[in-house]
Design a protein around this ligand. Structure first.
Ligand SMILES: [Zn+2]
Length: 69
């Protein structure tokens, strides 16, 4: 494994190049995957909250209309 920027040989465990300090590509990809995973989780919760909100609103409306009638 060599540095993408300066070409220095790196150890497998190195996150950064010891010569130029640039991040190893594999870790950048992992970081992006992690962000995507977090984003997917967040959008899942947003959908869940929206559905729950719509459901409770429907229940509330039906309860209110039952009380009026
Ligand atoms: Zn380097």
């Amino acid at each position: 494994m060599f540095c993408n920027k300066c070409g220095k040989k790196l150890n497998k465990s190195d996150m950064f190049c010891s010569k130029c300090g640039s991040k190893r590509k594999i870790y950048i990809i992992k970081e992006k995957e992690f962000i995507n995973q977090q984003y997917n989780k967040l959008s899942f919760f947003l959908v869940l909250i929206t559905l729950f909100g719509a459901l409770s609103l429907t229940i509330a409306i039906s309860l209110i209309s039952k009380n009026i009638i």
